[in-house]
Design a protein around this ligand. Structure first.
Ligand code: GDP
Length: 200
């Protein structure tokens, strides 16, 4: 169905009261700042500046909404893990995310990007635990996998799958690099499948 090819930026929201109501099937993207989330969204949509286009100064703490084909949406959550400003982060990030999640009980999918060189650090696991009540299939992408050797990639994948099993989090874990089209295609195919399944 190729929903990603039709991706179009809709809006950037910074205040919980400005959040649009849930409509259609939504794929949520999350991850620590600098993990490669914008690059991943661009790669999945096969566009150079889709996610960066919404990233004007002051908007890095916003939720960015994109329309996909067929009435689906991609929701880009603000990057978390600014160790330098935990209180400021909680003050701006939490009400926005909490407001977003409060209005939604299910998603077509939750995509968590985590750095393949140090996958599923505490803030990632906290985020997944926080989302535990939400009904959605989960995809953990081990980003920047191109920076690892084949052996290291296999270790990162095994480590991540073991960590998810230990925390009793049901999720698919895949190696991902926005620079390696075969990994992008694999993630895209799975997400397109989830969107198709949630059409009913
Ligand atoms: P975001 O803050 O999570 O949206 O991260 P960005 O997409 O802006 O990427 C952060 C940095 O990581 C940038 O310098 C990117 O060029 C780099 N980066 C992103 N994805 C990859 C990847 O798959 N491989 C490599 N080697 N670098 C990447």
């Amino acid at each position: 169905m190729n929903a990603f090819q039709q991706a179009r930026f809709i809006s950037s929201v910074v205040r919980a009261e400005d959040l649009p109501p849930a409509a259609g099937r939504e794929l949520v993207f999350a991850g620590r700042s600098n993990v490669g989330k914008s690059s991943a969204i661009n790669a999945l949509a096969n566009r150079r500046r889709l996610a960066f286009a919404s990233r004007t100064p002051g908007r890095t703490r916003s939720i960015n909404f994109f329309e996909l084909g067929g009435g689906a949406r991609l929701v880009d959550l603000p990057g978390y893990g600014y160790a330098a400003a935990p209180r400021a982060l909680r003050a701006t990030w939490e009400p926005l995310i909490t407001g977003f999640l409060a209005a939604r009980r299910r998603f077509a999918g939750i995509v968590l990007l985590t750095d393949a060189r140090r996958p599923l650090v505490q803030s990632d696991r906290q985020f997944l635990a926080w989302l535990a009540p939400v009904d959605a299939p989960r995809l953990v992408l081990l980003s920047k996998a191109d920076k690892l050797s084949r052996v290291e990639q296999a270790q990162a994948l095994a480590h991540s799958r073991a960590a998810l099993a230990k925390e009793r989090i049901e999720a698919t874990a895949l190696l991902f690099s926005s620079k390696q089209e075969e990994t992008v295609a694999e993630a895209r195919a799975l997400l397109e499948q989830w969107l198709a399944e949630r059409r009913a």
